[in-house]
Ligand binder design. Sequence first.
Ligand code: ADP
Ligand code: MG
Length: 482
Amino acid sequence: MHPDHPANEHALSDDARAVDVPPAGTLHFDALPLAPALLTTLRQLEYLEMTPIQAASVPVALEGHDLIAQAKTGSGKTAAFALPLLSFLNPRWLAVQGLVLCPTRELAEQVTQEIRRLARGLENIKVVTLCGGTPAGPQRASLEHGAHIVVGTPGRVMDHIERGSLKLDGLALLVLDEADRMLDMGFFDDIAWIASRCPTRRQTLLFSATYPDGIARLARQFQRNPQMIKLEETHASHKIRQRFYEVRHEERLHAVVTLLRHYRPLNALAFCNTRQQCRALLDVLQAQGIEALVLHGELEQVERDQVLIRFAHNSCTVLVATDVAARGLDIKDLEMVINVDITPDPEVHVHRVGRTGRADQNGWALSLMSSSDKRRLGAIAQACNIEPEWHALEGLTPASDAPLQPPMATLQILGGRKDKIRPADVLGALTGDAGFTREQIGKINITDQSSYVAVARGIADEAVRRLTGGKLKGRTVKLRRL
Ligand code: ADP
Ligand code: MG
């Protein structure tokens, strides 16, 4: 970090000041004092305009201020801290200059990926991910080779600090990402411990999707004179069509089936308030032949990865989740959100429905309410800035006789990043000797141990047959359909 880093000028102070949010589209990245290589990368990634949270927070962060930034999931918060981080750090000094704390491994991996994407035009910037669920040995080795940026979950970061494998003397920027979720998960004390090991002369950026009370406490303890940026949630609401259905409590789960058969979404995220309700809904959907998966805290990491990959592949129609399980995840192109159980918190409702209708897409948000839930509607409608539309379930008929099926299926190939497999290798195997066309192949994801490829549902079994026993990177292919 440069010695003239502007964070050094600020005095300690407790009160946050608010910053005006520029209207969307008024700030182009070119207007920022960013390195030309970064601007080129942004153009290549087709980041043409800053998102509102970026427009409001990047200039403030670049000036060296501490920051509390609140904006909903999917609003581009990662780049909002990654860009200042990448512009401050000195690539020729191999010391940890930036530390990003995230609540879960997936989020840490998403952040690492986004930082690497943004950094690809810059000199050799080393980013290391430190999370539980993976052996600490290789992480120590990566740290020994030197790292500029560490992204990790609090527990594992603490381990590495305690063992002396992570040194923070050179740290200039600390980021608390998804701070609300970290508080929910009880990480306050861990964050406090880690912050106490960071140099006091540093810049601290706090990002959060919601603004619960605990955030102010975090800010008071770890930030100095933070600037406060809070984005109203209304900007995307016109693209989200919300409908409310009254339903008797015991009919709720079957009502979800009725909605799905009528609207036939490509994909839907169904929110329940409890894990038991998630499991009950999963049983009902599966019994009706609808492909559904559940995301909950008890899944092993590999299973969780597979669930998210299958959903992203359009190999599964419904993802059933609680708020805790789904928060922060970047799920793209979501057509529908179903509130199976209405949430008691209007802000959480806004957040749930905001998962759909991203970018230029329209989205559906359907909510089931029992008559006793109806008293919550006023607050929800106000938070969403809508006139609630009531619709009747009775009139809803299946839109087609054909079964509701996802268009794709996911194949898991044993062997991944550790075996130097790249997406092009997987695509090549399918379109080469196996004889499939590019159009029959969808998304490809490579994890440490496995590769996942989406293929048109109709060719999935045939693809397994044709690939079995073939070669990939010199090794015999082992695969299965998920
Ligand atoms: P958040 O942390 O607010 O939930 P993310 O940082 O995960 O949001 O960003 C959501 C998605 O938007 C990501 O896929 C990211 O690549 C994309 N994105 C971020 N900034 C921009 C931008 N300025 N233009 C276009 N896409 C962007
Ligand atoms: Mg985020």
